[in-house]
Design a protein around this ligand. Structure first.
Ligand code: UDP
Length: 324
């Protein structure tokens, strides 16, 4: 049986990906330092506790297992924190990725799926972002991800690695069976914050800006169900195994939703009033980020099937009630 490594497999997207990989018949091993991940969400694979920045631990992992592919989710990903702690971000994200690539080359592991982000585009100059949009990150987090993508390309050219760099838009929702879901501390993402407001765990929900040039004045994002993201990762590996080209691709739904639309769906789903207030814009937030996800759909023969706002928020709400 194919054995694949999921680095960061105890985290939000990583754990959903482990479930999808196990369902596809792969044997999975998770490597995670549990800095933001959770051991109890690691249900589909043995957990090797370790840090991607620890070169010796990474080497040992590859000595102990012969992997056919690496999925790399383990990165720091908070924009604000990345501004305050650049060395921490460059070290974890870029050195960590280099340690993995070195081990892959040393042990002849052919394929990597590397978690990238829409933050590589910065402030896009078009309403629907396709992969030809210039890479112009406006924060340290996005810059580290561009650097990793470039590094992967260099290793791929020199050592014949296959790669896919999925660039995520807004991952949201939870496993429909509630075996895993989102659990960040502190939580900064809009949907779990809305649900906390619905439960009365926090006060009013703050709408960060209602004077954007969008249809209702609030910012528009492309929310994609985390299960659809996970399925895209399996499809990306299948693509590489069949000899498909190495690529960076957007993973989104190609549909935008505003903050006000989220609030309305959250009110209907939870049956709660959800008090809101308008607050100033959050620094660095563009008005609209929506993917043109045609490339991933065409290359991987994949499409999102769980990503209506209703399903995303219903799954997130049921998970929230179970977990917190
Ligand atoms: N947002 C908001 N109130 C919050 C948290 C987020 O209005 O308490 C908005 C945020 O300004 C952005 C959108 O919700 O326009 C999505 O934010 P999130 O942090 O979930 O994802 P991002 O797009 O920043 O990666």
């Amino acid at each position: 049986m194919d054995k694949v490594l999921v680095v960061g497999g105890a985290g939000y997207i990583g754990s959903h990906c482990c479930k999808a990989l196990a369902a596809s018949g792969r044997e999975v091993v998770v490597f995670d330092n549990l800095s933001t991940g959770h051991e109890d969400l690691c249900l589909w694979a043995p957990l090797v506790k370790g840090d991607v920045c620890d070169k010796a631990a990474v080497s040992q992992l590859f000595e102990d297992h012969q992997f056919s592919a690496v999925f790399h989710f383990a990165a720091k990903s908070l924009v604000g924190e990345s501004a305050a702690k650049p060395a921490f971000y460059w070290n974890t994200n870029v050195s960590g990725t280099m340690n993995l690539l070195d081990a892959m080359v040393h042990h002849s592991v052919p394929n990597i799926i590397f978690s990238s982000t829409a933050a590589v585009y910065g402030e896009p100059d078009r309403p629907l972002i396709d992969e030809t949009q210039t890479l112009a990150p406006i924060n340290t987090y996005g810059r580290t991800k561009v650097a990793c993508e470039q590094m992967i390309r260099s290793y791929a050219e020199a050592h014949q690695l296959g790669y896919v760099c999925p660039r995520y838009f807004n991952a949201a929702g939870a496993d429909a069976d509630l075996e895993t879901g989102e659990d960040h501390s502190p939580e900064t993402h809009v949907i779990p914050i809305l649900l906390e407001a619905a439960r009365g765990i926090r006060g009013k929900f703050s709408i960060f800006g209602d004077d954007y040039a969008t249809s209702d004045g609030t910012a528009v994002r492309d929310y994609i169900h985390v299960t659809d993201l996970a399925n895209a990762h399996v499809a990306a590996l299948d693509h590489l195994v069949l000899g498909g080209e190495s690529v960076a691709v957007n993973l989104g739904t190609s549909q935008g939703a505003s903050v006000k639309e989220l609030i309305e769906v959250a009110r209907t789903t939870t049956g709660k009033t959800i008090p809101t207030e308008v607050a100033p814009r959050r620094a660095g937030d563009p008005a609209q980020l929506v993917a043109d996800a045609t490339k991933a759909q065409t290359l991987f023969n994949w499409k999102p099937t769980n990503s209506t706002l209703e399903q995303i928020i219903d799954d997130a709400w049921r998970w929230h009630l179970k977990r917190f």
